[in-house]
Write a protein that binds this ligand. Structure first.
Ligand code: SF4
Length: 200
């Protein structure tokens, strides 16, 4: 007698893929913050202050911060928190700000307000990194607020987290499809320029 094992094929679990302009901060963001972590070494180059905004629509399976996918998670962003962030950034050993989430580009009200305040106080002496689930190409077709935020940051880590591409040895990202992008040089060249300090 021959026994056979029935193999059930399952499609891979994947994040959502929005149409251009389908998701808008003006409709989705509650201007809530999941967390703020000053003086850390893990969210980009150097010593950084990291703001985790609340709310993300991509719903990546395996998301590193699933609680922050909820736009109501955490607490409202306040002027007091912004002033604390600016004070922390004023420390000479702090290299810059990192925006994570949640999805910074679906919380542009908060992120633009903070980024503008940083540029007003520190000019370009502090750098600004942001993570996003959008790819660079998708952002080029997005709403004006997203393009404005992109134009005001230095480094973008782009793309969804994909379980099939997971690699925990990568610098500052969780899956191989994600890239560390030099934003000013990419905008100037009209194409993606990878961060020149990339090791892996
Ligand atoms: S884009 Fe980032 S925050 Fe949003 S679901 Fe994916 S991993 Fe989570």
């Amino acid at each position: 007698m021959i026994f056979t094992t029935k193999v059930t094929w399952r499609s891979p679990r994947l994040p959502k893929n929005p149409q251009p302009g389908e998701w808008q901060a003006a409709q989705l963001s509650q201007q809530y913050i999941a967390d703020y972590k000053p003086f850390n070494f893990v969210d980009g180059e150097g010593v950084r202050c990291s703001l985790y905004v609340s709310g993300c629509q991509f719903a990546c399976p395996g998301c590193y911060n699933a609680a922050a996918q909820n736009f109501h998670y955490g607490q409202p962003y306040t002027d007091e928190l912004q002033e604390r962030i600016l004070t922390d950034l004023g420390q000479s050993y702090v290299q810059g700000l990192t925006l994570l989430g949640g999805e910074p580009f679906l919380n542009t009200q908060v992120c633009l307000k903070l980024v503008d305040a940083i540029r007003a106080r520190f000019g370009s002496t502090k750098d600004i990194w942001s993570w996003t689930g959008y790819t660079w190409a998708e952002l080029q077709q997005e709403t004006p607020d997203k393009l404005e935020l992109l134009s005001k940051i230095d480094i973008l880590v782009d793309g969804r987290f994909l379980e099939a591409e997971k690699d925990l040895t990568l610098q500052f990202r969780g899956s191989r499809n994600q890239r560390i992008i030099d934003v000013p040089r990419s905008l100037a060249q009209g194409d993606v320029v990878i961060w020149d300090k990339l090791v892996k």
